[in-house]
Structures are given as C-alpha cells and as structure tokens.
Design a binder for this molecule. Structure first.
Ligand code: SF4
Ligand code: MSK
Length: 662
C-alpha cells in the first residue's frame, strides 16, 4: 500500500493505517488498490444496465457504439444514471425521516421510558406552522397530530409538500416554471424510478429535472422532516463542548461505538450507558466506566444533543476497530462498510446490526423496535461490558490524538447567540455581510472517499474559506474532519480566520466553522439561508445571497441528492469528484451552465480544494457586487497550491483509453 501520509492527513488515522499494515489487516485503501484499474465507463456515466439487452456502453471517443441497443443516446444514459443514483440517496434520507416518526408517536402516548417530547419550542413552532391546534391540549396530543401529519407528508399523493411554504418566493417561481415543485417524497422517488425504466423518459433535460424534483422532495421534505422530528423528540441541540478523533477511546473503560445515521436507538443508548446498574456491572468487570463514542452521522446526532465524543468519520470505521479497544460497534443504516464484520476475525469487537432493513453477514443481529428501545439499548451496553474481558492486550493501540470542539448549532440557536437572549436575530450576521467584515457564508459538507487523501480536501478548502472571511457551516463527515483538525474550537478563529471573521467570532464567542449536524441536517443550512433572506439586506431570494456550497470528498448517493437540492434552492455548489456525467457534454453543460437561467445557481466540478474554494469566493464576490454591497473589507492574497491529481483518476482515464482501443 502507498505511504499512509498520502492516504490521510489525520495523524491518528496514519498511525492506525500503519498498524493495519503491520498486522497485515486489509482495509479500504488496500481494497481500492486491488480494484485498479476502476471502470472509466462507470465514472463517465456512460454504461447502462437498465434492461437485459445490455449492458450497453457508449464509446467516449466516438469511434464505436454511440447508442445503446434500444437506441438510447449517451445523453439519455448519463441523465438516467444520475437520476437513479440520486433517487437512492433521496430515498435513504427520507426513509430516515419516516423511521423517526414511530418513536414520536410512542412518545405521544406519554408512557415510554425511552422517548419523551424534549423539544417543546420546536413542537409549538411546527404545530403553528402546520395549523395543528395547541390550545387546551397537552404536548403529547399535539405531537401525535404532528407525527401523523408528517407521515402523510412523506406519502403525500396530491398537491405539493407543505414545506414549500418555507421557500422564498423566487425559488418557488423557478420551480413552478420548470414544473419541479416537490409533491411528496414517496411519489417523487417512485415517479423518478419509473422515468428511468427502459423506454419511458428519454429526454435528458426532462430526466435531470426529475432529479431536481426528487432532490427537492428530499431537502425540503424527507431530510427536513427528519431534522424537525429529531429536534422535537430528542431536544433542540444547543452549543456544546466535546472531543473528536480516535484518542477519545479509553483503554481502561468499556468502549461502545454507535455508527450509522438514525438517532432513535443511539439516543437511548446514551441514557442506557449512564444506568447505575450497568455502570456497576462495568466496574465489577474491572473497567473504570462505560465510554460511548460515535462514527459518521450517528456521532453527529448524539454530539449535537449530548456532547458525546466523536471517534471518527467514514474512513475511520475500520481504524477504530484496529485500536483493539472497541468492545461493541452498534450499526444501523447507511455508510457502514460490510468490511467491518470481517475485522471480527482479528479483533474482539462485536459488530451488532440493529435495523430491520440492514443485515450484515457475520454481524450479530439484534433487531431494534421502538417499543423495546430502552431494553435493547441496555442489552447492547451489557454485551459491550461482557466483551471487555475478551480484549487482547497485545492488540491494544490507541492513538493519542483528540481535539476539542463545539457542536450543536442550529438555524434556531443562531438567532440567540447572534442577537442575544432578549433580541434574537440574524441581524448581526446580515450586518456583518453588508458591511463586508464577513464576505459570505459557505456550507461545506459530505463524505470521505478513499480515492482522495482522507480529510485533506475538507481541511484545505475550509481553511481557505475562513482565511477569506467566509463563515462555514458544516455537517456529516466533513464536519468531523474539521473538528479533528481543531477548526471548531473557538480559538480556531485566532489561528485560521481572516480579520473580519475573527472580529465577529471574538464578539460573539463562536468558532469560525459551525457544526450544524448530520447529513439530514443539511436541511438546517437551507433554513438558515431562508432566515438570511427574511432578515433582509443581502438578497430577497436564496440565489441572490452571497453564499456557496461544497462537498470536496463526496462518495455517497445521498451527496448527489444534497448537492442537487442545494443548487435547485439557489446555492452554487462545487463538488469533488465530479458527478458521473462527464460522458455527456450536454448533461454537464445543463448542470454547470444552463441551470443558472433555470434555478439561479449551478454545479461546478473542481478537484483542487484551493481552486474550488476560490470558485466559491469568486461567486460570493459576484453576488456581493450584484447586490451593490461594498467589496470585502479585508482582502487576503490568493495563494494557489497545485494538488497532484489522484492516482485513481489517471488509472481510470487509462482504463477508458485501453478499453476503447480493444
Ligand atoms: Fe442498453 Fe437500452 Fe437496455 Fe440500457 S435500456 S441496457 S441502453 S438496451
Ligand atoms: S455519514 S453520507 S459518509 S457524510 Fe452521513 Fe459521512 Fe457521507 Fe455517510
């Protein structure tokens, strides 16, 4: 395998990759190497398996086949593939939202030891928004109506999503003109799948607009519903201190890691881990305590509400097990590598799958049902305690790196910490942008991808943005990358931020990079943009705001949906790697150019994180000029750094060349 320093910039991960290689344990980077050369057709989006006359593939050089057996053009195939991938992502987010509703309904019965209505302010705000009566009713009665209302929204068959009323008027006009106003999550995803069947929709533009509608149903529907219900059920996050990186694991305590996405079980495990009986049991086995930590977005969910430490992001899931001290890893859905169960052959860690929809060969399956949530949570903690004695001391190796962070920012609490308790407002944010002290705001989100040096792209991009006085909102594994690098500590402003952003961070006492949650919480970035529009003075629609988005190391289909709903909501969004559409010039132009006229924003593809940040800053400056705002108060020199192209990309283009020459 290549030098671990080229695989990740995170020292804790470098140490564990080295450890894996010493122990001859195969991990993601080894499997990536074994996969070379990867398929260049797939990367360009030009192969189709939608019927058994295929698979068909289009020759990217124009010498061979330019149509599938059915006559589908390269533009149709590329657009259809993108739509299918996006639907996978939108479905995952939206099903996450649906899966939280049963817990809300159980809480509304008022007799669960696991679930209670903890976010009263959010409950009242949502009830008022959706016309659910509150007078002379208990919180539980209101929550029950809310749960049923949101279930109907997810499965809505007539009309449009209720949350469309949250969207600024200009965005609604764009969507109406294109006929992409989201109608209902289930409906728009099923319709999208139907469109991709052989011989249904063959118009590439129409297919791409189908993906816009499904993405909007995710962003303003499924994901937003997931965020809203989680806030009602588990409580609205508040800024909270915690730590991040593998160094949060403890040699002398039972370590239980929760990994995946949905908070319905992990939030209850937080309570179970502090149960006095279980703590006594842990002590009786020689452990000093029970240490709970998270990986991926489950980590973000329980960090935001309870300050539980983060063990790592997507590419650290195997590395956590290689520390030799993870007694149990509880997994539910999304971003869980099947490989982790194979590590059980070398390490004592027990992998326990819990979702009725996700089984992992080799894992112990303890199916989670909301009615028995506390019982199941305690059972899982007990299993971790019992497995503590099975650790092999010779295999224990915990990297020492961990960094302090503050997480738990939301659209709602931004009001308070900016405007103060007695005058909550977005005014100071908008004032900062209007005066030029703050250049703009960026959302930097998304995954890790083994093809690109782990965390490097997130860190370089975010540092360049804050150096140029662009405040950054983050979710997902990108947020974890920056937390591990110390960018979410308040002191980060002194070290990394430009002068204007530093002044604001000092005044308000916030880090320059704000952790706003998990993947579904990208909806918080949409609603924060809406509040900036409502506050006034920096654009009367989202596409006019000096804001931008990015996913510099994305890999999951969910990221396609997130990027598409950012763009369709008016946010210019830069991604790396490019969407798999480069086999069709038409589709690429549609997404990166024509969308400007359709939606007021476009996609951009750029691998170099500094150049990508520069695209975002230039976009923000253009928006500032269009609004007649003064130039940024503090300019810093642009320091281009050239990043070496990732080796896999070279291999892929070689693969295309080789295959087409066959
Ligand atoms: Fe080939 Fe058309 Fe079938 Fe796709 S749908 S596999 S392009 S024949
Ligand atoms: S977990 S979707 S790797 S951000 Fe949400 Fe991380 Fe991407 Fe999964």
């Amino acid at each position: 395998m290549a030098d671990e320093k080229n695989l990740t910039v995170d020292p804790a991960s470098q140490a564990m990759i080295e450890r894996a290689s010493e122990m001859e344990v195969f991990i993601a980077w080894d499997r990536l190497e074994a996969q070379q050369p990867q398929c260049g057709f797939g990367r360009l989006g030009i192969c189709c398996r939608n019927c058994t006359m295929g698979p068909c593939r289009i020759d990217p050089f124009g010498d061979g086949a330019d149509k599938g057996v059915c006559g589908a053009s390269v533009d149709t195939i590329v657009a259809r593939n993108l739509l299918r991938s996006l639907l996978g992502g939108a479905a995952a987010h939206s099903d996450h939202g649906r899966d939280i509703v049963p817990a809300l309904l159980i809480a509304s019965e008022g007799n669960s030891d696991a679930y209670k209505i903890r976010g009263r302010n959010k409950l009242y705000a949502l009830a008022d928004e959706y016309d659910i009566p509150r007078a002379d009713r208990t919180d539980e009665e209101v929550a029950k109506d809310l749960g049923h209302f949101l279930l109907r929204e997810l499965g809505k068959q007539e009309g449009v999503l209720a949350n469309v009323m949250r969207v600024p008027e200009q965005q609604q006009k764009f969507w109406a003109a294109l006929d992409v106003t989201p109608r209902g999550v289930d409906r728009d995803i099923v319709t999208g799948m139907h469109m991709t069947h052989i011989g249904v929709d063959n118009d590439p533009e129409h297919l791409i607009l189908g993906s816009v509608r499904a993405a909007l149903a995710d962003g303003w529907g499924g994901s937003m519903i997931a965020t809203d219900i989680s806030d009602v059920l588990f409580g609205e996050p508040q800024p909270t201190r915690s730590m991040a990186n593998l160094g949060v694991l403890k040699e002398d305590e039972v370590n239980l890691i929760v990994h995946g996405h949905e908070p319905t079980l992990s939030d209850v495990i937080v309570a179970a881990a502090s149960d006095p009986e279980l703590m006594a049991l842990a002590e009786s086995k020689g452990a000093k305590g029970i240490n709970l930590a998270g990986i991926c977005c489950t980590a973000n969910e329980i960090l935001m509400r309870h300050g539980i430490p983060i063990a790592g992001n997507f590419l650290q899931q195997e590395l956590a097990i290689i520390t030799g001290v993870v007694d149990v890893m509880v997994v539910d859905v999304q971003c869980i590598m099947p490989a982790i169960t194979q590590l059980q052959e070398c390490f004592h860690t027990k992998i326990i799958s819990t979702s009725p929809k996700a089984k992992f060969p080799g894992a112990t399956h303890i199916e989670f049902h909301e009615e028995d949530a506390m019982e199941t949570a305690k059972q899982l903690v007990r299993l971790a305690i019992e497995n503590y004695a099975n650790r092999d001391p010779a295999k224990v190796c915990i990297p020492k790196q961990k960094e302090a962070l503050i997480g738990g920012f939301t659209t709602e609490d931004i009001f308070t910490f900016l405007g103060g308790r007695y005058r909550p407002s977005y005014r100071p944010l908008n004032d900062g942008i209007q005066s030029g002290r703050l250049r703009g705001v960026a959302g930097v989100v998304g995954c890790n991808n083994a093809r690109f040096t782990h965390d490097k792209y997130h860190l370089e991009m975010v540092k360049e943005l804050i150096r140029n006085d662009v405040a950054v909102l983050q979710t997902g594994c990108s947020a974890i990358a920056c937390a591990k690098a110390g960018l979410m500590a308040p002191e980060a402003a002194e070290k990394y931020a430009g002068e204007g952003l530093r002044e604001i961070c000092r005044e308000v006492g916030i880090p320059p990079v704000l952790h706003v949650g998990s993947c579904v919480d990208n909806s918080r970035i949409l609603t924060a943009a809406v509040e900036m529009v409502k506050e006034g003075g920096i654009g009367d629609s989202i596409d006019k705001l000096p804001v931008a988005g990015a996913a510099p190391e994305w890999m999951s289909e969910k990221a396609i949906s997130i990027g598409m709903y950012f763009v369709a909501s008016g946010v210019f969004t830069v991604v790396n790697p490019p969407l798999p559409v480069r086999g069709s010039l038409y589709v690429e132009e549609l997404l990166t150019k024509t969308f400007e006229n359709y939606l007021g924003a476009t996609w951009a593809f750029e691998e170099d994180p500094i150049k990508a940040a520069r695209l975002m800053i230039d976009h923000i400056d253009r928006k500032r000029r269009d609004l007649g705002l003064p130039p940024p108060r503090y300019e810093v020199p642009y320091q281009p750094k050239t990043i070496q192209p990732e080796p896999a990309a070279e291999v892929a283009s070689a693969a295309v060349t080789a295959t087409s020459a066959d």
